[in-house]
Design a protein. Structure first.
Length: 86
């Protein structure tokens, strides 16, 4: 989990979900630092992927892979708790 101590609520509108992206819910992604950590972890481990992580909606969308198990493992290794997005 993030240790940046800047967990202020962010007022933003949730982006539209991309039907072609793999989407996970990450409830403990609380700020932009968390989102950046997740984005960097996935894009580094899976070259060619594009990650959008939105702390306001708690959604992480990944394009360029369909391997939800691998993405979940990477997010978990980064210190977060992914689950299937509803």
């Amino acid at each position: 989990m993030c240790g940046c101590s800047t967990h202020q609520s962010q007022a933003s509108t949730a982006p539209e979900r991309d039907p072609n992206a793999l989407t996970l819910k990450v409830e403990d992604m609380t700020c932009g630092h968390c989102a950046g950590t997740i984005k960097k972890a996935v894009e580094s481990a899976l070259p060619g992927t594009q990650v959008d992580a939105d702390p306001a909606s708690k959604l992480v969308s990944v394009r360029g892979t369909a391997d939800i198990t691998a993405v979940s493992a990477i997010v978990t290794e980064a210190g977060y708790t992914p689950s299937a997005a509803a």
